[in-house]
Write a protein that binds this ligand. Structure first.
Ligand code: AMP
Length: 609
């Protein structure tokens, strides 16, 4: 058995760490660098590049290089890479295949540093990652030749690295702003136990977004100076983006940052350069709206944890983007408490993963993890009433922030006479309207005994394991007829052992020859479609709802797609209130809200036209 490592598989950067003699340390690459950029590419001769070398060629060869693949994890988004500069040959890769290359490079890095084989790993993911994204991460680890012992949440890992020897209970807020994702978690630490009380975030927000805002700002400066736009081609845009990131990093320690990009465009025979100076306050103006969003997430996490800011014993900042002074300032002002200084924000997640890996490998380490489920999980259910049918409600089976592993069941019953099949649609999210949540998959339960409406009962059982993987089982109660149905995870299915073997062999070949031959069956079977079938199960509760309200709600859901800005929020709030009123059977309130909704829709649509 080889060694067990902890891996922070980041959007922008990744690290691998290990515990030795109870102490965690990040393992360096051959040049002594602790951070491996999460960047993959092919050189002009078709050699595979992972890390700094790939990042170096990104600006010059964006068609042969890929960054920030983590944003796509759990989807079937394909990245097309040109595999050498001489030919036009391209290859398509799924997100977990690219991630497997990064993990394989980290495994190699660790083996070189330790002089031993590395076979097992604990890998971190943002607390906000969905089930499909966690599964894709696990699959990537397996393709890279690692047994993934556990997938843990990044903020939890970060909290593990702080000196927490006191036996008193501490409430800690972990604010993690990296390259591509944002998470805020409230964790409770008692002695050696770390429990996530609540977490919120946005898996599409981070330093990359700040770079893009600055990139647009730089393009505007160029246009003002020369009267023409920066050329749209990929190479020029990549140069501008790289310059933007450099400006951002400089502004973390300086009030102003100079930009000089020569030959960015041309007018006739004249070459045009970008020469500008960006002030910290220019940058902060671009940044502030994005950071406001993160403060809202803090409030939601605190509310879920039922804590006030003054209950927090400490605030930990994690992720490279928390080096930005405005981030520190806004968090401090919002919570009226300064974040603690300590472990480097970009390394503490990998160190925490190593501590957890140490625990699992049976080493002497001083922390134990308790994790929570980041999203509510449930199914779409119809509520039948004497006055009509109310479809599409989200019936939660496992509420968010339940401690994992967790198993829960709910009973549903058939809606019509002689009904022999029901369609079960599984979602994760917090919206009362099922379709506003993230679909995880759907399946049909068939062969039910024909009976009167409501007489056939089906138990839907959700089982959420420590890796954040969901298994759904349905049982028809009357006959005890049971079926375990594999949930389609909405993006990536688990690989069969044959597919896994093939994918590993491909990766081995790639690391040896510098050329990856993707398996066509793997590409097609790994991608999956989520069916959009209608629902025909009902919850056991019944509530009186007028058909007019059903029609109004249908219109409202359509309007959510067309409205913008505050109107969306307003409508969403109204829908939430209605759902709550229905759940509480508050007839009078439902009638009032129905009127309000009708007025809103009338007003919003008249305004539109
Ligand atoms: P991480 O995902 O934690 O590795 O964070 C990577 C992000 O942090 C990238 O967007 C980097 O550009 C950003 N970053 C790293 N160092 C700094 C810095 N000194 N100031 C601002 N952003 C930084």
């Amino acid at each position: 058995m080889g060694r067990t490592v902890g891996i922070d598989l980041g959007t922008t950067n990744s690290e691998v760490a290990i515990v030795e003699n109870g102490q965690a340390r990040v393992l360096p690459g051959e040049e002594g660098d602790l951070i491996l950029p999460s960047c993959v590419g092919f050189s002009d001769t078709g050699k595979l590049l992972v890390g700094r070398d790939a990042l170096r060629q990104y600006a010059a060869a964006p068609d042969r290089t890929v960054r920030s693949i983590k944003r796509w994890m759990g989807t079937d988004h394909k990245t097309t890479l040109r595999i050498d500069s001489a030919s036009d040959e391209t290859r398509e890769y799924l997100p977990h295949e690219i991630s497997a290359m990064i993990l394989r490079a980290l495994k190699q890095r660790a083996e070189t540093a330790l002089g031993e084989e590395v076979t097992q790993a604990v890998i971190t993911v943002p607390a906000y990652f969905t089930d499909a994204q966690r599964q894709a991460t696990k699959t990537a680890g397996e393709i890279a030749g690692l047994e993934v012992l556990q997938i843990i949440n990044e903020p939890t890992a970060a909290a593990l690295t702080y000196d927490l020897r006191s036996d008193e209970t501490e409430q800690v807020l972990v604010y993690d702003l990296g390259g591509g994702t944002f998470d805020v978690s409230v964790v409770e630490i008692t002695g050696e136990v770390t429990e996530v009380l609540a977490s919120h975030g946005n898996n599409q927000l981070g330093g990359d977004d700040f770079d893009r805002r600055l990139q647009l700002h730089l393009a505007e400066r160029f246009r003002q100076a020369h009267g023409i736009d920066v050329p749209e081609d990929a190479v020029t845009q990549a140069r501008l983006l790289r310059a933007a990131e450099q400006v951002k990093i400089t502004l973390s320690t300086h009030g102003f940052a100079p930009v000089r990009e020569a030959f960015l465009g041309s007018k006739g025979n004249t070459a045009l350069h970008l020469e500008a100076e960006i002030s910290r306050s220019d940058f902060e103006e671009l940044l502030r709206p994005l950071l406001e969003e993160t403060l809202e997430a803090i409030d939601r996490a605190l509310a879920d944890a039922e804590l006030d800011p003054e209950d927090l014993d400490r605030i930990i900042l994690v992720g490279g983007s928390t080096r930005i002074p405005l981030v520190q300032q806004m968090v401090e002002e919002h919570l009226d408490q300064a974040p603690v200084d300590g472990v480097q924000p970009d390394l503490c997640v990998a160190l925490g993963a190593a501590l957890q890996a140490g625990v699992l490998a049976g080493e002497e380490v001083e922390s134990i993890l308790v994790d929570v489920i980041p999203h509510s999980l449930g199914i779409s259910a119809a509520v039948s009433t004497p006055m009509g049918i109310m479809p599409g409600f989200f019936s939660v089976i496992i509420p968010r922030n339940s401690v994992v592993p967790v198993s829960r069941s709910e009973i549903y019953s058939t809606m019509s006479d002689r009904q022999t099949a029901v369609e079960i649609e599984i979602f994760q999210g917090e919206n009362e309207i099922a379709e506003e949540n993230v679909p995880l998959g759907s399946y049909k339960v068939e062969g039910l005994p024909p009976g009167a409406a409501g007489s056939i009962q089906i138990e839907v059982h959700f089982d959420f394991d420590i890796n954040g993987i969901l298994t759904v089982t349905t049982t028809e109660k009357g006959k005890g007829q049971q079926g375990t149905l594999v949930v389609n995870h909405g993006g990536i299915e688990r690989l069969s052992s044959h597919e896994l073997k093939q994918a590993r062999a491909d990766l081995d070949a790639l690391f040896q020859d510098g050329l990856f031959q993707p398996d066509e069956t793997l590409l097609s079977s790994a991608a999956s479609d989520v069916e959009d079938d209608s629902i025909d199960v009902e919850t056991s509760e019944t509530i009186p709802i007028a058909p007019e309200l059903v029609a109004l709600l249908t219109r409202a859901r359509q309007a959510l797609d067309t409205l913008e800005g505050e109107q969306v929020e307003e409508l969403q709030d109204l829908l939430d209130d209605i759902a709550e009123a229905i759940a509480d059977s508050e007839t009078e309130l439902i009638a009032n809200l129905q009127e309000e909704l009708a007025d809103f829709l009338y007003y919003a649509t008249t305004q539109d036209s």
